[in-house]
Design a protein around this ligand. Structure first.
Ligand SMILES: [Zn+2]
Length: 361
């Protein structure tokens, strides 16, 4: 998910916390639902405060994951809050079963601690009688009880043993002790899908929200399994093994008309652009189409090319390169060693490698 339309909230422990703009939709929804129920303004404000408090708990949950991951050498770039929950962006995640287990457990553990702290506070300072309490709306009286219940809900929900929930990762980590990571992911994925189907069927009778969760799990399971397969396939290759030295070239001064004519003759997703034999940038199919639209056939290649694509080093890990290309939607990246262009990496070639690997297995 792109986090461009997000508001920065600060940097606890050096981790950027942002809230996605769709969060405003959640607040709007709460206001609309509260108003349609005929609630007064102070009551509506109370609901908003509750959601904000809940999201503080979600941030703490994600910080739990993030700080544990960092402790094991992982790399966390930030946390984004979405209406459905939080998301920690990790560019490197610990893979040792024990480490993955602890990283996954740390999030729910934070919510358990929060629930216990609220419970102690209530027991000491604000003894409540839950049986006499009303739960139609959130009030000053039941606020903390509701917040405690919500934290317990977060724990239970996240312990469902299915991707993309923490439970899926915990389960995979446990299975990884006995089998390979790919096999463990497949078992976790299959079990997750059983849960998903159960949620979807139950949701049709009980609550449509369960259907959404079911679909969310189906997609999460599939995505995680694919990623692990890619990782397994690409792990065996170095950038040097797969780089394409036989790339198509254009001069920076060539016209886009020429680029368009030559495009049909090449098998790659674009051209390497050089000037006086030196690498200048990449001209992808999209660059050509956009360039033709804006500059016409006489436009220069150098005006339309992408010159800011970060070059890959020959000793880089192929799976990390693949993930990065995926994220930035780069179809083609230059491979550079000692200031010299060694070749290019094409997304299609990487996908072919993965397909062949899958077929052989
Ligand atoms: Zn979590």
């Amino acid at each position: 998910m792109k986090t461009r339309y997000a508001l920065s909230l600060g940097k606890p422990f050096g981790i950027k916390v942002k809230v996605h703009w769709t969060f405003l939709l959640l607040i709007a929804w709460i206001v609309i639902v509260s108003m349609s129920r005929g609630l007064e303004t102070p009551q509506i404000l109370m609901h908003i405060v509750f959601v904000l408090a809940l999201f503080v708990c979600v941030v703490l949950h994600e910080l739990g994951h993030s700080l544990t991951a960092i402790k094991f050498g992982g790399n966390v770039t930030g946390i984004t809050l979405l209406p459905i929950g939080g998301m920690a962006h990790m560019t490197k995640m610990p893979e040792e079963p024990k480490e993955e287990f602890l990283v996954s457990a740390a999030g729910p553990l934070v919510n358990i601690v929060i629930a216990i702290l609220i419970w102690i506070y209530l027991a000491v300072f604000q003894p409540v009688n839950i049986q006499e309490m009303e739960f139609v709306a959130i009030t000053r009286e039941n606020f903390l009880v509701m917040l405690m219940a919500a934290n317990i809900f977060i724990v239970v929900f996240n312990l469902i043993p299915a991707f993309p929930m923490d439970g899926g990762r915990l389960f995979r980590a446990a299975l990884s002790i006995k089998m390979s990571r790919v096999q463990a992911t497949r078992v976790a994925k299959d079990i997750g899908q059983v849960f998903a189907i159960f949620f979807i069927i139950a949701g049709l009778f009980v609550n449509p929200f369960l259907v959404i969760i079911g679909i969310f799990i189906l997609l999460g399971a599939k995505g995680e399994y694919e990623m692990i397969q890619y990782q397994d396939a690409l792990r065996q290759f170095a950038v040097e093994d797969v780089l394409n030295k036989d790339y198509a070239e254009l001069d920076a001064e060539d016209t886009l008309g020429k680029a368009a004519e030559e495009l049909v003759h090449i098998s790659d997703n674009g051209f390497v652009v050089k000037s006086d034999g030196k690498y200048q940038g990449i001209l992808t199919k999209n660059d050509i189409i956009n360039g033709l639209n804006q500059l016409g056939r006489e436009g220069k290649v150098k005006e339309a090319m992408s010159s800011d694509i970060e070059p890959v080093k020959t000793d880089a890990k192929l799976f990390e390169v693949f993930q990065d290309m995926n994220k930035k939607r780069n179809e083609l990246v230059p491979v550079i060693s000692k200031d010299e262009l060694k070749g290019i990496l094409d997304m299609d070639n990487l996908k072919e490698l993965i397909m062949i690997h899958k077929a052989i297995r």
